[in-house]
Ligand binder design. Structure first.
Ligand code: 1CP
Length: 339
């Protein structure tokens, strides 16, 4: 069992810097495309046997030090009674939106162990096969709320901010429900065998720090606190969160995920004595080998003062990234960080 990733999360000494990449299982891999050619994305998420295959692909072919459960953050909201569809090229679409009190009340509180049993089954199957730790995950309540309020992806988040500012009680009611569902979901994943947990706050970077404090932070704090007794490292990733570093630390998470928009050395000073995860620009994987080597060497050097560093990208791998460049990056991290 390669436990380098778990040691780094706990701030313990490791022989080299462990690496995994957000969205490491997915469309940039021909082996994934081959499976997706036979089955729709949502069906794939509900098929434990195939989810295991897809989760294993980047471990076996690219040499990652941790696996992330193959699923999607929106699966939980489907289980809350929000029918969901994925359109080729257009991304996720919810058939209804949640923009008033009645819609919030109509959301059901799922029982993760039953309603999302396929996820727990995937985790159990993976634990029998994997020789690296398995990361479970969920979307953070704010990010999940944006999808429900907008009815899908957004660039300006008009409806989200309108609800937040004009009807804060409705917004907070929605956040309450998402928080309760997320705690149950992550606890179920921990019991099923997940060895670390990551909360993805992909769109929370649109909030000013004061609004983060009022509308997002208390819910993340509750989730982190509820999972503490399980003893798993907890990673909080606020995308576009350069202005939210201290507040990310205030969530209580053990590991702070960093996007690429700030130098990792600066972030580490602000994070203080806990582990960090990040933060190569996903597009830097397009650099020629020598430049990529320099970039990674510099990042590793800057991250030396961290109380634990897990190498990752600053956000998910882009779907057109050549897999051989990903393999090269993994090899370079291992080679350049060996102590
Ligand atoms: O066509 C396909 O094959 C589907 C593409 C795809 C994949 C491979 C989607 C649709 N989701 C996923 C897998 C996925 N999603 C994982 C698997 C594990 C891994 O990382 O390897 C994870 C952790 C997610 C999480 C996720 N889904 C997030 C948070 C992470 C992030 O990137 O910020 C978000 C925001 C989603 C929503 C979602 N699901 C899929 C898409 C295309 C999107 C984003 C749409 C948008 O931009 O709003």
């Amino acid at each position: 069992m390669n436990d380098t990733f778990l040691k780094a999360c706990r701030g313990e000494r490791t022989d080299y810097t462990p690496v995994w990449m957000m969205r490491q299982a997915g469309r940039y891999m021909p082996e994934y495309q081959q499976i997706r050619g036979q089955i729709g994305f949502l069906e794939l998420c509900k098929n434990p046997g195939l989810c295991v295959e897809v989760t294993m692909q980047p471990i076996e072919l690219l040499g990652m030090d941790a696996a992330i459960l193959f699923s999607d953050i929106l699966i939980l909201m489907e289980a809350m009674g929000m029918p969901l569809e994925f359109h080729e090229g257009r991304g996720p679409i919810f058939h209804r939106t949640v923009r008033d009190q009645a819609a919030v009340e109509s959301l059901r509180q799922p029982q993760a162990r039953e309603d999302l049993g396929f996820v727990m089954e995937t985790i159990a199957l993976l634990r029998r096969r994997l020789e690296v730790p398995l990361i479970g995950f969920a979307g953070a309540p704010f990010t999940c709320a944006t999808y429900l309020i907008e009815g899908g992806s957004s660039k300006v988040f008009w409806e989200t901010k309108k609800l937040m500012y004009r009807h804060p009680e409705v917004f907070h009611g929605l956040m309450e429900k998402l928080t309760t569902a997320t705690i149950d979901y992550l606890q179920a994943q921990a019991e099923a065998g997940a060895q670390a947990l990551q909360l993805f706050d992909s769109w929370v970077g649109i909030l000013a720090p004061d609004d983060f404090t009022e509308f997002a932070l208390p819910y993340v704090q509750r989730i982190v606190a509820a999972l503490k007794p399980h003893g798993l490292p907890f990673i909080y990733f606020a995308n576009n969160g350069a202005t939210l570093i201290e507040l990310s630390v205030a969530t209580g998470a053990d590991v702070i995920g960093l996007d690429w928009r700030l130098p990792i050395g600066d972030a580490i000073k602000r994070v203080g004595p806990r582990a960090v995860q990040g933060n190569l620009d996903p597009f830097a994987l397009l650099l020629p080998e020598e430049r990529l080597r320099q970039r990674i060497a510099r990042l590793l050097e800057e991250a030396r003062p961290a109380h634990g560093h897990i190498f990752n990208l600053g956000h998910g791998i882009h779907q057109h990234t050549p897999p051989e460049q990903v393999r090269l990056a993994v090899r370079l991290v291992h080679e350049l960080s060996r102590r």
